[in-house]
Design a protein around this ligand. Structure first.
Ligand code: AMP
Ligand code: MG
Length: 402
């Protein structure tokens, strides 16, 4: 039997890092930057107004007050996007909009709120120091500055930054495309009727959603029965479009464990018992360089296996370092027992009470009991050496993605 850490280490040591691709900016959402991106120009590229108001020579309004306002002739309007803005001579002003280039000769902006808003002449009630409400060229980013490092996952803010420095395409490690395949002759598609002995396939939907939650692209395959030839052919077909494959079912000790039968001795696939509950029977390996995770069929086992093994592997495939632990320390709300030598992941509800985390184990902890998983928001991690933990013990808790 392997430990959870041993099995995970084996997986992380062998998953390949995806090759970089050149993608259009929006297609790169969720991908990981594979190049350093530098700004070709400063940002802002030119001095511009931070307010709607009037461009002035600060010295002209130095003495302005409500009692003794300064009145200036307005010589024009400068809008954002205007080209060839003429210089401003002392004693004059121009209306200016937010983002519009500062006219040469001016050195401050009077916000419209400090004036009477005039269009032929304007009355200024307050002075402004030189530089007032001017956004200087380069005060955000200087020319040549690196604005995004390789290894950055591209979310909305990062994509905005890349567009702001003029990039329409970027080199990225894409989101892994993961094919999910449920096996089991008892499985039927949700939305179709059940005959006696049949159940609706939940794993392929759950695992495809988990792939998406983990930042991958999930492709759910139609369920296949426990027929080795169909399973083999489906896997061969799917290898074409997959960066990774997840199967569920058919890996335990039954007489008809089809995934084990089909994949034993194929590629580098190995099957192991891992010292964890749920999720003891695990398989992993490479098929023509494509990682395949063969997860157990019980839905909670499949889910926990995904969080513990597949999620970190998908990050590694994008060249990302292991995630900082998603765990918190919480006070156990009820007694818990666990077999020795097994890492136990118990479904629970994590809550914050007066600044302290407490976690209450769910009622049903069977690996088929999806009901208690869907109501849980955390997994209580009971370490191998712990056998009985009384209520009140501090335990480590993995938050589940919500
Ligand atoms: P297996 O690992 O194939 O022996 O399946 C173990 C248990 O999980 C059996 O009770 C299966 O019916 C159930 N199971 C397997 N695959 C699925 C699935 N895709 N959706 C729901 N339950 C499943
Ligand atoms: Mg099965």
């Amino acid at each position: 039997m392997r430990t959870v850490e041993e099995h995970l280490a084996g997986i992380l040591a062998s998953v390949p890092v995806l090759a970089p691709l050149d993608l259009a900016l929006l297609e790169a959402e969720g991908a990981v930057l594979a190049e350093a991106v530098a700004a070709p120009v400063p940002l802002p590229p030119f001095d511009n107004s931070a307010m709607d108001g009037y461009a002035v020579v600060a010295a002209d309004v130095a003495g302005a007050s409500e009692r003794d306002p300064v009145v200036l002739p307005v010589v024009g309007d400068i809008s954002a996007g205007d080209e060839g803005v003429s210089a401003l001579r002392p004693g004059l002003t121009a209306r200016i909009m937010t983002g519009a280039p500062m006219p040469a000769g001016s050195d401050a902006v009077i916000p419209v709120e400090w004036t009477d808003g005039g269009t032929a002449t304007v009355r200024v009630d307050r002075p402004a120091p030189p530089g007032h409400y001017i956004r200087r060229a380069g005060e955000d980013v200087v020319a040549g500055q690196t604005v995004a490092e390789p290894g950055t996952r591209l979310g909305a803010a990062q994509i905005g930054m890349l567009a702001a420095v003029g990039r329409s395409r970027v080199s990225v490690r894409p989101k892994p495309r993961v094919v999910v395949l449920s096996t089991g002759s008892e499985l039927r598609e949700p939305g179709t009727p059940l005959a006696p002995g049949q159940i609706w396939d939940s794993n392929s939907f759950m695992l495809t959603a988990a792939v998406i939650e983990a930042g991958g692209v999930g492709y759910r395959q139609a369920t296949v029965g426990d027929d080795p030839r169909t399973v083999r052919e489906t896997l061969e077909d799917q290898l074409m479009r997959a960066d990774a494959i997840i199967t569920s079912g058919g890996v335990s000790m039954g007489a008809r464990d089809v995934v084990k039968e089909v994949l034993t001795g194929v590629g580098t696939v190995e099957f192991h018992k891992v010292g964890m509950r749920p999720g003891k029977p695990q398989g992993f390996g490479l098929l023509e360089d494509t990682p395949i995770f063969t997860l157990p069929g019980n839905p909670v086992s499949a889910y926990v296996s995904f969080q513990v093994f597949v999620r970190p592997a998908l990050r590694a495939m994008q060249g990302l370092p292991p995630e900082p632990p998603q765990t918190v320390s919480a006070v156990l709300g009820a007694d818990v027992r666990s077999p020795a030598g097994i890492r136990h992941y118990l479904r629970g509800r994590l809550a914050l009470h007066r600044g302290r985390y407490t976690v209450t184990p769910a009622e049903g902890q069977g690996s088929h009991q999806l009901g208690s998983l869907s109501g849980a928001n955390a997994l209580i991690v009971v370490e191998e050496e712990a056998e009985a933990l009384p209520a009140g013990t501090h335990v480590e808790v993995m938050r589940l993605p919500t």
